[in-house]
Design a protein around this ligand. Structure first.
Ligand code: CS2
Length: 491
């Protein structure tokens, strides 16, 4: 079967880009060329190019891996997006990526693209752990390998903060306007957070440059949402069947998509609203809703569901006990939120449940379970603290935290071992080496640097609920602990 590329013709059933890709220049550099970016920002940009044109194609960069560039480059940046809703999957070809490169092999090209006047926006999806930001204090994380390396050789950066700062420095020296930096990871006030890392990193090298970045560079925050499971053999087989071409870069996703962005783009931006992006003054309430309801419930069901033997998210919804806990989690998380005009949290929760239950999406609990130390704070612990402080019952958040602690032991109830896949996994295993009881596991993990808010961990009510849930999981096994929790008086 021929490989997908710019010169192939496609069947009528497949939507081709609504613009001629080669007629549009590149205006965006995107760092983090994974499936989520291909299912989300690239699609909005594709819509914007089709409707409003502009030189807004994307240079896609994967910072470490060479695989995304190897997949996309022979296809002229084209790939198939498969949408799985009710009925047959739908295929569409995305043409927004002008070129795909890897930081491992093409770092010079990345550095010069970031410094180029044509680049007006830099977007990022490098995952929570990829930034090198100290999440507890803000600023650059001095223990992050890329931060250490880039502070040593700032003129040859490889990591996120180093690359952004070096490019901004070159732009300033050349009298080129700065780009706007748009963080698209699931972090609270993600623009403000990234700004703190960039400004602090710059300040360690050149205080004057740091002041200039702080006053001249825009870091709007945004909330991103689209459930995008890791690609499988089925994704590739469906792409080939639907398009008639081999496509090594195909990805699959759900029909739902949402992007809420602060409109601060002094150097311009694509017309992302044509794809449905919502531009608002303050994105924080949308981010909180999504992080605490969708992602919070995701993390809870991932740890408990994985340990109860559920491979996919949809299986956790089909388990009546776990489904009750998911619903309970949604409503407890909603209670920690300020009202959001025009949004009914009950309806949002109902829609989330339907999305989780999507029978055509095979989203692995093990995929969501990775990087717990990076996800727990904004998804579970901040709402838990808000609940504690307002006198709301903290039990649902304690159950989720206990499930993560149980998961951190690295073995199922049957004794099967699995990899934690967390940047703190070595420290976690060392701390847990002699911890057997709920009490000792709680204390061992509470001391992890920068993960748990002290006021929360010191609260007797919280401690009691987490240790209680964890002890039940250890004593009767996770599946039975879920059933017991679902049968208990739900708050
Ligand atoms: C998930 C998210 O893997 C995870 O941690 O919770 O990737 C989730 O699917 C997306 O945020 C949905 O927009």
């Amino acid at each position: 079967m021929p490989r997908l590329n710019a010169s192939v013709s496609l069947p009528d059933t497949v939507a081709a880009p609504g613009f001629t890709p080669s007629e549009h220049g590149t205006g965006i550099v995107h760092l983090g060329l994974g499936a989520f970016f291909r299912a989300h920002q690239a699609v909005y940009t594709d819509d914007a190019l089709a409707r409003s044109g502009g030189n807004w194609r994307i240079l896609g960069v994967s910072l470490r891996s060479t695989a995304p560039a190897d997949e996309l480059a022979p296809q002229d940046g084209l790939y198939t997006l498969i949408e799985r809703g009710a009925g047959e999957p739908k295929a569409r070809i995305i043409g927004a990526i002008s070129r795909a490169v890897s930081g491992a092999t093409d770092i010079e090209e990345v550095r010069s693209a970031l410094a180029a006047p044509a680049t007006r926006v830099v977007t990022l999806t490098v995952t929570e752990k990829g930034y090198g930001i100290d999440r507890a204090k803000g600023g650059a994380d001095e223990s992050h390998p890329a931060v250490i390396a880039d502070l040593t050789t700032p003129e040859a950066p490889q990591g996120v903060l180093g690359l952004l700062v070096q490019a901004l420095k070159l732009r300033r020296a050349a009298g080129v306007a700065p780009f706007t930096v748009l963080c698209c990871d699931n972090l609270p006030e993600n623009g403000t957070m990234l700004r703190s890392g960039v400004v602090d990193f710059a300040n360690r090298l050149d205080a004057d440059l740091a002041d200039w970045i702080a006053s001249e560079v825009a870091f709007p925050s945004c909330m991103v949402d689209r459930i995008t499971p890791a690609r499988t053999e089925t994704t590739l087989a469906d792409a080939a069947r639907l398009t008639g071409h081999d496509d090594a870069a195909a990805i699959e996703t759900e029909p739902f998509t949402q992007w809420v962005i602060e409109d601060r783009f002094p150097s311009g931006r694509p017309d992302w609203e044509v794809g449905g992006a919502l531009f608002v003054e303050d994105v924080a309430p949308y981010e909180q809703m999504k992080l605490r309801m969708l992602n919070g419930a995701h993390s809870m069901l991932a740890y408990s569901g994985f340990l109860a033997g559920h491979r996919y998210v949809r299986d956790t919804v089909a388990d009546t006990d776990l489904r009750r806990l998911i619903e309970r989690h949604f409503s407890s998380a909603a209670m920690t939120l300020d009202p959001l005009p025009g949004i009914d949290f009950d309806a949002y929760a109902q829609e989330l449940l339907e999305r989780f239950a999507n029978p055509s999406i095979a989203h692995e609990t093990y995929q969501i379970a990775m990087d717990g130390t990076q996800k727990l704070p904004q998804r579970i612990l901040q709402p838990a603290l808000a609940a504690l402080q307002s006198g709301q019952n903290v039990r649902p958040f304690a159950f989720a935290t206990a499930a993560w602690m149980r998961y951190s032991l690295g073995r199922t109830d049957d004794g099967e071992r699995y990899a934690l896949r967390d940047p703190m996994e070595v420290e976690i295993s060392e701390r847990l080496a002699n911890a057997q009881t709920g009490d000792s596991i709680f204390s061992a993990l509470a001391a992890l640097r920068g993960v748990f808010p002290e006021t929360l961990m010191a609260a007797p009510e919280w401690r009691g609920e987490v240790i209680g849930a964890l002890t039940s999981m250890l004593e009767v096994g996770v599946a039975s602990a879920i059933a017991a929790e679902a049968a208990s008086e739900l708050p």
